[in-house]
Design a binder for this molecule. Structure first.
Ligand code: GLN
Length: 415
């Protein structure tokens, strides 16, 4: 006899810590983490998320450059600080770090650990889709590809009578480039990461990142020298060091009990001529909305989209899905069973990006955000950005300051 499922509300308090770590300055980064954590301790978050390579810094250029920072999941500074935070706040802590496998292979990965309130390792995830920088130091791809794991929460689910239950959420880590098309070569509309998690009904997605701002000089830049100059100028005009702002915290706390704290460093906002504004780095206390919209677009399978019902009746979908040889059951969120396979489901995505500048060339976009995909409005929405009502942007930090975003989120799950 099949037991009927209960609809439960899960309430979680999520802290997103935005940092500007510098290579070679691990102790200073740890000190700033401690000062940020002491500011949020009293709010007792259930989860605290840190960026990709949160302590080590990101732009390593060779294996010998990164070697001193490589560690095993339960050994090294990331493990130590996560254990300490988890036990002190009685929370889950997630942090990106450079991993080494100390066996014959000596393989290195871009990884993230998930540590529970008892200070135990719940999961170690390795980045599956690598960015150019990882090629420079010989990073390996996650052989397991994208993954999910169960994350238990004690007495966090509530039924319609107000009874409380323990609940395990189907969870996942994504690390930065995991959200992009594979090697920037796969078709944009394959949406590999978000299709995988829509098909697996993942409820909680935690995303440590070192996502670049568009002012960065990359491999694709036409005039890197000119761009370096612009980057230096932008930091200077804001009164920042060449590596960006550190230790001036932005606090953005909005909780269901009415707590509302919004503190931003008083930024020098320089008025740039219109032509420059598009690519320039300014207004460090404001999120980069173009970037936030881009992340949302990459979650397309979880977004409401009116046109899907036409694909469903058109018959073309079966042909498209054949291309994926049965490893995929959806395309852009549509399946053969249902026009929108995510409909009526809920997922929270926590985007934890870093900020600051490395090498004078790489500027990070900050703008760390919490999104809730609510599984509604499937017959109405057409815009695949933050104006789409199926995504609730619960908050975003600015692009250029360290700090913390703290939000209460509520999702519905069937158990
Ligand atoms: N797609 C990301 C970007 O362009 C990749 C960076 C990363 O993986 N750290 O910023």
């Amino acid at each position: 006899m099949s037991q009927s499922l209960k609809r439960l509300k899960v309430k979680l308090r999520i802290a997103v810590v935005q940092l500007n770590p510098r290579i070679g300055h691990v102790d200073q980064t740890l000190a700033r983490i401690n000062s940020i954590v002491s500011r949020i301790e009293r709010y007792r978050p259930d989860i605290v998320v840190f960026p990709e390579f949160a302590l080590s810094g990101y732009s390593f250029h060779s294996r010998s450059h990164i070697e001193p920072y490589l560690s095993q999941p339960t050994n090294g500074p990331a493990w130590d600080i996560c254990q300490r935070i988890s036990k002190r706040l009685s929370c889950i802590t997630v942090m990106g770090y450079p991993e080494i496998v100390r066996e014959s292979s000596q393989k290195a990965y871009n990884s993230a650990i998930v540590v529970n309130a008892n200070g135990e390792l719940v999961f170690n995830y390795r980045k599956a889709f690598l960015y150019y920088t990882e090629e420079e130091w010989g990073c390996s791809e996650n052989p397991a590809g994208f993954q999910t794991f169960d994350l238990p929460f004690y007495q966090k689910a509530c039924d319609s009578d107000g009874r409380l239950y323990d609940v395990s959420l189907k969870s996942a880590i994504g690390i930065c480039m995991d959200l992009s098309p594979y090697k920037f070569q796969a078709p944009f509309y394959d949406f590999e990461f978000s299709s995988f998690h829509s098909e697996h009904s993942t409820e909680l997605i935690l995303f440590p990142m070192a996502w670049l701002h568009s002012i960065s000089a990359t491999r694709e830049s036409k005039n890197p020298e000119q761009q370096k100059k612009e980057i230096a100028q932008s930091q200077q005009s804001l009164g920042f060091q060449s590596h960006g702002s550190q230790g001036e915290y932005q606090l953005d706390i909005l909780l269901n009990d009415g707590t509302c704290i919004k503190e931003s460093p008083s930024a020098v906002t320089c008025d740039l001529p219109d032509v420059q504004v598009k690519s320039a780095f300014s207004h460090p206390a404001e999120p980069d909305l173009t970037n936030v919209d881009y992340w949302i677009l990459r979650f397309m399978p979880l977004l409401a989209y009116r046109q899907r019902k036409n694909w469903f009746s058109g018959g073309l979908l079966a042909t498209v899905l054949k291309k994926f040889q049965e490893i995929r059951t959806t395309y852009m969120g549509a399946s053969l069973e249902k026009p929108w396979s995510f409909e009526h489901k809920n997922t929270v995505a926590v985007m934890c990006n870093r900020c600051g500048v490395e090498d004078g060339t790489t500027v990070y976009a900050g703008s760390s955000s919490v999104f809730k995909f609510n599984g509604k409005y499937g017959n109405f929405e057409e815009e695949l950005d933050s104006s789409n009502r199926s995504v609730e942007v619960l908050g975003s930090l600015g692009k250029g300051y360290e700090g913390v975003l703290l939000r209460d989120v509520e999702i519905e799950v069937l158990r």
